[in-house]
Design a protein around this ligand. Structure first.
Ligand SMILES: Cc1cc2nc3c(=O)[nH]c(=O)nc-3n(C[C@H](O)[C@H](O)[C@H](O)COP(=O)(O)O)c2cc1C
Length: 463
């Protein structure tokens, strides 16, 4: 079957590039559907087990857990579709390491509220226990309500969050590097002493106790989209987890920006792999896929969720409004959070979103719920398996991305169609592996040596 080229003007710059997949299990979200009879528990270990086994059968690089340190609230009420009761990500991944053999295990861990030495040790333990399959998704968390949950740290300024993240990562790398590489000849380097530039944040002195894993140390992911967040990724990360996974032109622009920043940080331009979060919906015909996508979107946006999303922008409780009625007639009351509450952009973003929603609702005569559904329309890829495969290949081979973090819209069965129907289409086109060729996450992702070991590796290579 011939698949029409949906992006004929974008040149293919990497004709042999392979598609890579990760699966992203969100921490706090309203995008996983609960109402379908197929939908299972969002917290039972059996659900995570089934998803990770499917992903490993589909030769995914990684299983990725997001983490929210506090449930979202609107004026005291929890979002009706949020999940309550998720276990800690590192503990969950340690249990999943025991029932898998190859797939990478990515733990989202916050740098604003964790202790650096303790976090470094827990991540390294996961890496050692899993035989070199762990990664740390470094997040700073920009919202105020999580800050309110922690007396220590509180509302750290947005810019200082990235300084603190850098301090955390520097401490972690020193701890991880204190032990020699497996089979290496260098000696244990003993006490790690680190006083951060922002010494009010850390003053660490300890003797590390955990050896290095087969991949050196945990892989570093980063999720954060501000200029500071992108620069942090360019200087430190192996993988950037982006939001730019729905529109090709947007993804290409993002990739060009990340590469420019990576070169400015003194690294090769392809050193940071780009994995956007995305969704994939397949159907037997284009109309079937379209119908499924519509069903998914309507189920993700319950009436209460629609009112709470619009209420957050309007800065008031809209639960008394009719979700099938129009937006409030008055303009929103914008709360200026500012950098000291963790967000540098909230006020401007709120005004921009409200103006855009008002214009869209008036132009298309949309109710509150229709508006929220319409605004969440661009979520990723949909179509028959062959056309989805062609689209994914095009994204990778035009250099827009290196792979995709797929968020299933239903668990535990949400990856079945992708593994059973899309992966074979990719393999048939020579664009997806047919077996794991390595055992570590570093090998799956095709990464170079850890940044801190590069000079040593070059010196050894030159000798
Ligand atoms: C794709 C993506 C996924 C994220 N996932 C999480 C998460 O699971 N937990 C969390 O606390 N923050 C998460 N974040 C938020 C980041 O922590 C970051 O604090 C936030 O985006 C603010 O940083 P920024 O201003 O650089 O974007 C995510 C961000 C992005 C872009």
């Amino acid at each position: 079957m011939t698949v029409p080229d949906r992006h004929p003007d974008v040149p293919v710059t990497r004709p042999d590039a392979q598609v890579h997949f990760g699966v992203f299990f969100q921490g706090v979200n309203h995008t996983t559907i609960w109402s379908d009879p197929e939908s299972g528990s969002q917290t039972d270990f059996a659900t995570f087990e089934r998803v990770i086994r499917t992903a490993e059968r589909g030769l995914f690089d990684a299983f990725f857990l997001g983490e929210g340190l506090r449930l979202r609230e609107s004026r005291g009420a929890l979002h009706d579709l949020d999940v309550v009761g998720r276990p800690d990500a590192i503990t969950q991944l340690a249990a999943l390491a025991a029932i898998t053999t190859h797939i990478g295990l990515v733990a989202t861990q916050n740098t604003t509220y964790n202790d650096p030495a303790d976090l470094a040790r827990r991540l390294q333990s996961l890496d050692v226990l899993s035989g070199g399959r762990a990664a740390w998704n470094v997040v700073t968390t920009d919202n105020a309500w999580t800050g309110a949950n922690f007396r220590r740290g509180g509302y750290l300024d947005h810019a200082l969050r990235y300084d603190r993240a850098q301090g955390q990562l520097d401490v972690a790398r020193q701890i991880w590097d204190a032990f020699p590489d497996a089979g290496g000849s260098d000696a244990f380097s003993g006490t790690v002493a680190h006083v951060s530039e922002h010494s009010a944040m850390f003053d660490v002195e300890l003797d590390p106790t955990t050896p290095r894993s087969p991949q050196g140390h945990p892989i570093i992911f980063q999720a954060g989209d501000s200029p500071q967040g992108r620069d942090f990724a360019a200087a430190n990360a192996d993988v950037i987890f982006s939001r730019h996974g729905a529109v090709l032109a947007d993804a290409l622009e993002f990739a060009a920006d990340v590469r420019r920043r990576t070169v400015a940080a003194g690294r090769p331009e392809d050193d940071v792999k780009i994995f956007p979060g995305t969704g994939i919906i397949v159907g037997d015909t284009p109309a079937d896929a379209e119908e499924r996508a519509r069903w998914v979107r309507w189920n993700q946006v319950s009436p209460a969720t629609a009112l709470s999303i619009v209420g957050n922008i309007w800065g008031e409780d809209l639960s008394g409004y009719d979700p099938d009625g129009p937006l409030p007639a008055h303009d929103p009351v914008v709360e200026e959070l500012g950098g000291e509450r963790g967000s540098a952009t909230t006020g401007a973003r709120t005004r921009e979103v409200a103006a855009r929603w008002r214009a869209l609702a008036e132009a298309e005569h949309l109710s509150i719920r229709e508006l929220v559904v319409r605004d969440s329309g661009e979520r990723g890829f949909q179509g028959m398996p062959a056309s989805v495969a062609e689209d994914l290949i095009r994204w990778v081979r035009t250099g827009a991305v290196d792979g995709f973090n797929i968020s299933p819209w239903i668990v535990p069965s949400g990856l079945d169609d992708i593994v059973d129907r899309v992966v074979p289409e990719l393999q048939e086109r020579g664009a997806y592996p047919t077996s794991y060729t390595g055992t570590t996450l570093r090998e799956h992702l095709g990464l170079r040596a850890p940044l801190t070991r590069r000079a040593a590796a070059t010196a050894v290579g030159a000798a």
